[in-house]
Ligand binder design. Structure first.
Ligand SMILES: Nc1ncnc2c1ncn2[C@@H]1O[C@H](COP(=O)(O)OP(=O)(O)OP(=O)(O)O)[C@@H](O)[C@H]1O
Length: 249
């Protein structure tokens, strides 16, 4: 589903070089829900931007559904993102003068899907995220948690292979945060949607099946969260995990 191989990234500003990610390796299987956990400055946003094809890495490869996205040109990437990747943002990024339903349908407009099909799909998703009675309201008429539900529905409407969520509960109070996490866990468990959640909050990360820990641009641990029962897998370094995988162990 998603493979990050020997990924390194260094920002270059004039003559100044800032190494940010160092030889990151991990793989996410279809149907997994993982967190990328790290403190501020650990490199989470950079890694997310690279995995979403918004930036090209200095070294290494990112494969989504077997396709190395760093080799694609801008047009190919834009098309690939539209068809294979869903996004959930911390600040929802809804269009204020579109209704809830129109916001959810928007990605399908770009795909040229006819209105009756768009409506059917958006109504189904909005009902799934608990907003069946809010479809004709505008984002400003909703609470933050409800707006994030709209953004979750929008991220799923193209049936993407993988959904990246960037601090999805960063703007929410703790009760609403838990409701949104519960919704994502439910969508993962019942619809098999693959999620990569970027967070700096341990409590959020602990609720996903697996946690990839980033520290100073390095993958330091790959552990299980609470969502999966059974013994915790031993912490291994990113490279070790990659080597084991390569060797089929
Ligand atoms: N364009 C850039 N040029 C130079 N350095 C950068 C650039 N963008 C980010 N960095 C540096 O890369 C490091 C990682 O930043 P990044 O935003 O990926 O971290 P983060 O874990 O997402 O942090 P936060 O949780 O605060 O968003 C930081 O030290 C940052 O200063």
């Amino acid at each position: 589903m998603l493979e990050v191989r020997q990924l390194s990234h260094t920002f270059q500003n004039g003559t100044e070089q800032t190494p940010v990610l160092k030889e990151i390796n991990f793989r996410v299987d279809k149907g997994e829900m993982i967190s990328l956990l790290g403190s501020s400055g650990s490199g989470k946003s950079t890694l997310l931007n690279l995995m979403a094809g918004l930036m090209k890495p200095t070294e290494g490869s990112i494969l989504i559904s077997g396709q190395p996205i760093e080799k694609m040109n801008e047009n190919q990437l834009a098309e690939f993102r539209r068809t294979h990747i869903g996004f959930i943002f911390q600040s929802y990024e809804l269009i204020p003068h579109f209704t809830v339903r129109e916001n959810v349908e928007l990605p399908l407009v770009f795909h040229g899907v006819k209105p009756s099909v768009r409506k059917e799909k958006s109504m189904k998703l909005l009902s799934q995220v608990g907003l069946a009675d809010k479809t004709e309201l505008f984002p400003s008429q909703l609470s933050g948690g409800q707006q994030q539900r709209v953004s979750i529905a929008r991220s799923l409407i193209t049936e993407p292979a993988i959904v990246f969520a960037d601090e999805p509960t960063g703007n929410l109070d703790s009760k609403t945060e838990q409701e949104i996490i519960d919704l994502l866990i439910d969508l993962n468990a019942n619809s098999g949607i693959t999620f990569v959640i970027v967070t700096h909050e341990q409590e959020v990360a602990m609720q996903t099946g697996r946690i990839i820990h980033l520290k100073d641009g390095e993958l330091t641990e790959d552990t299980r969260g609470r969502a999966i029962t059974g013994p915790a897998i031993p912490a291994v370094s990113g490279n070790e995990a990659f080597m084991n995988e390569e060797q089929g162990t």
